[in-house]
Design a protein around this ligand. Structure first.
Ligand SMILES: Nc1ncnc2c1ncn2[C@@H]1O[C@H](COP(=O)(O)OP(=O)(O)OP(=O)(O)O)[C@@H](O)[C@H]1O
Ligand SMILES: [Mg+2]
Length: 265
């Protein structure tokens, strides 16, 4: 590999100096993010800090105006959700996309159905296979919902679990979750946290966005804070004081302290 400096084997995602504007609005300015292999990295920050915009640049929903992205040390252009998936990146978005009138199986396979038509023998077999695969997947994840149930009949928490399990279908190496516990009961959020831990044990690298700092501190290895479109530092989840995160969320970080990560040569 022809990198000037050897790529860091431990980094699965490197976003470097990302800038993204929407007309006059500067959603992200010079933000860098590093996801280590098999870690849970949380993104924290107030409403409008740029969290969703940042992960959308990784998920192929937005293209950054400036900056570079590397996956496993290789520079990539993620110009569509399809490209992201091809790179092993799966995402559950904040604006949760589950279709209430469809069954759990249909939701899990939404947009991935095999091509044969519904009336052919192949179509019937595909349906049976998808149902079986969905059942297996939910069983593996110890999610006790019926694959034939209409999603409209599930609780918000169960929907979140279905939405997350959906990301695991393609055996991804990176899963991004934008607010997976928002609007969940304590019990529902616990299930999601357990699922995140299980995914991490399976070797997946995870980016978790949440406003709940207690969940974030429990689930994450490191926490990156964004403030008004800029990075306000990365902290160790285990040792950080809640107040430290809050301070960064509310007032950002003085320029002098922003260079916690060694600059690239
Ligand atoms: N598609 C868009 N068009 C115009 N402006 C946008 C768009 N998406 C985001 N923005 C703006 O970019 C900024 C960052 O928004 P973003 O959604 O990334 O914040 P966030 O940190 O995810 O906030 P929240 O915690 O509320 O989800 C905000 O000022 C927002 O209004
Ligand atoms: Mg958001």
């Amino acid at each position: 590999m022809a990198h000037a400096s050897a790529p860091d084997e431990d980094l699965v995602v490197e976003m470097d100096a990302i800038t993204k504007t929407f007309g006059e609005v500067v959603a992200l300015e010079d933000v860098s993010l590093e996801l280590r292999r098999n870690e849970v990295l949380a993104l924290a920050g107030d409403n409008g800090a740029g969290k969703s915009t940042l992960i959308k640049c990784l998920a192929g929903a937005h293209e950054p105006d400036e900056g570079t992205i590397r996956i496993d040390g290789e520079p990539v252009t993620i110009d569509s959700p399809r490209t992201a998936k091809r790179l092993g990146i799966e995402t559950t978005f904040q604006d949760l996309a589950v279709a209430g009138n469809l069954t759990v199986t249909q939701n899990i396979f939404l947009g991935r159905e095999t091509v044969s038509g519904p009336d052919t023998l192949l179509g019937v077999l595909d349906k049976r296979a998808m149902r079986e695969r969905a059942r297996e997947l939910l069983e593996e994840l110890e999610i006790g919902v019926d694959v034939d149930e209409k999603v409209a009949n599930l609780s918000g928490g169960e929907r979140q679990l279905v939405s997350i399990s959906r990301t695991l279908l393609s055996d991804p190496k990176i899963v991004i979750m934008d607010e997976p516990t928002s609007a969940l009961s304590v019990e529902g959020a616990e299930r999601v946290l357990e699922l995140i831990a299980r995914m991490q044990r399976q070797g997946i690298s995870i980016i978790l966005i949440s406003h709940n700092l207690d969940y974030v501190r429990r689930a994450a290895d490191r926490i990156q804070v964004l403030h008004q479109g800029r990075s306000a530092g990365v902290v160790d989840a285990e040792n950080v004081e809640r107040e430290d995160i809050v301070r960064r969320m509310v007032s950002g970080m003085p320029d002098a302290d922003r260079t916690e990560q060694p600059a690239d040569a």
